[in-house]
Design a protein around this ligand. Structure first.
Ligand code: SF4
Length: 305
């Protein structure tokens, strides 16, 4: 399967306020709002022409945009396309008719009880998850591990093993102020190192990197089997991500966290690589036609991959 992958932050809006999330979500700073649907279709068509078949829909909270169902129908008409959706789950059940075996729903769940954010695995959320599972839709939970929930992570892992859920644990990435300067207080007060977790499940993969555009460009991860084909992944941002040659000369490189594992589209029609804060390497798509977007996309791939 083609692995070229792009993350699309469709909106900056969210119906929850999690303390570790930037106010514009996965978009660039100082933007608000959402993509215009017709424009987004045009941009996505350019990605499809250049060979992209893997899309991640994120935000903000993607279920807050009125056209999410239409967008999913548009993307999934190509049977080679895979779509992942990051959601807090509040309204995901409204979109069940637009989901299929080509989709994976990624629920953000930060624990069972002692969570840092409003995202707990409540009975109601579990019912929604089980409903989607009954429709053969792939499910994964993403959990940000902090000082607040670290003592219940083992329980969460065991729960996922019992319920047949995939789980990804992430640490708290240092937040930057978008000039690349790390806000240390926030991070110091809340960070919990994932290397301190003792996982009582068999390790099946060590230090693998996701392959999004060029093989192996993500932050290294460890993989564990939770039984019955379900898995646990641990993404530890303290392990070195992959950088491109241009990053060597970037003034923000010491504080750059994500590396260059995939492309991302931000509200404001900005194309950049992952969470890149160096505006010299952002591409402004506004005003470009589909052919021009395709050209810019190819240039971007050359620079970073
Ligand atoms: S990804 Fe962007 S911000 Fe990070 S080091 Fe490379 S050019 Fe700089």
């Amino acid at each position: 399967m083609n692995s070229k992958y792009v993350a699309i932050a469709v909106t900056t809006e969210c119906n929850l306020k999690c303390p570790y999330c930037q106010s514009t979500g996965e978009s660039i700073p100082n933007v608000q709002g959402m993509w215009d649907y017709n424009r987004l279709r045009e941009v996505i068509t350019a990605f499809l022409e250049v060979g992209y078949r893997n899309f991640r829909i994120t935000g903000g909270e993607p279920t807050t945009v009125p056209y999410l169902g239409e967008l999913l129908d548009f993307l999934l008409q190509d049977s080679d396309v895979k779509v992942r959706i990051n959601t807090n789950g509040c309204d995901i059940e409204k979109y069940v008719d637009h989901l299929s075996s080509q989709t994976e729903v990624i629920f953000s769940v930060d624990g069972l009880k002692n969570v840092f954010s409003p995202k707990r695995l409540t009975d109601e959320l579990l019912r929604k998850i089980q409903y989607l599972q009954s429709k053969n839709i792939s499910i994964r939970l993403n959990c940000v591990v902090t000082k607040h929930n670290s003592n219940e992570i083992l329980e969460l892992i065991q729960f996922c093993s019992k319920e047949g859920l995939n789980l990804k644990l992430l640490d708290l990435s240092p937040r930057t102020d978008y000039q690349g300067k790390i806000q240390n207080d926030f991070w110091n007060n809340n960070y919990f190192g994932l290397n301190k977790l003792c996982i009582p499940f068999p390790k099946v993969a060590s230090e693998f990197r996701t392959s999004m555009i060029k093989k192996g460009t993500g932050i290294p991860m460890s993989g564990y089997s939770l039984g019955n084909g379900h898995w646990l992944q641990i993404k530890d941002s303290s392990k070195k991500p992959y950088y491109a040659l241009v990053c060597k000369y970037c003034p923000y490189k010491d504080n750059c966290i994500e590396g260059v594992f995939s492309l991302s589209l931000s509200v404001g029609e900005i194309l950049r690589v992952a969470n890149c804060v160096n505006q010299n390497y952002w591409i402004k798509l506004r005003g470009l036609n589909q052919r021009q977007i395709e050209e810019e996309l190819k240039k971007m791939e050359k620079i970073f991959f």
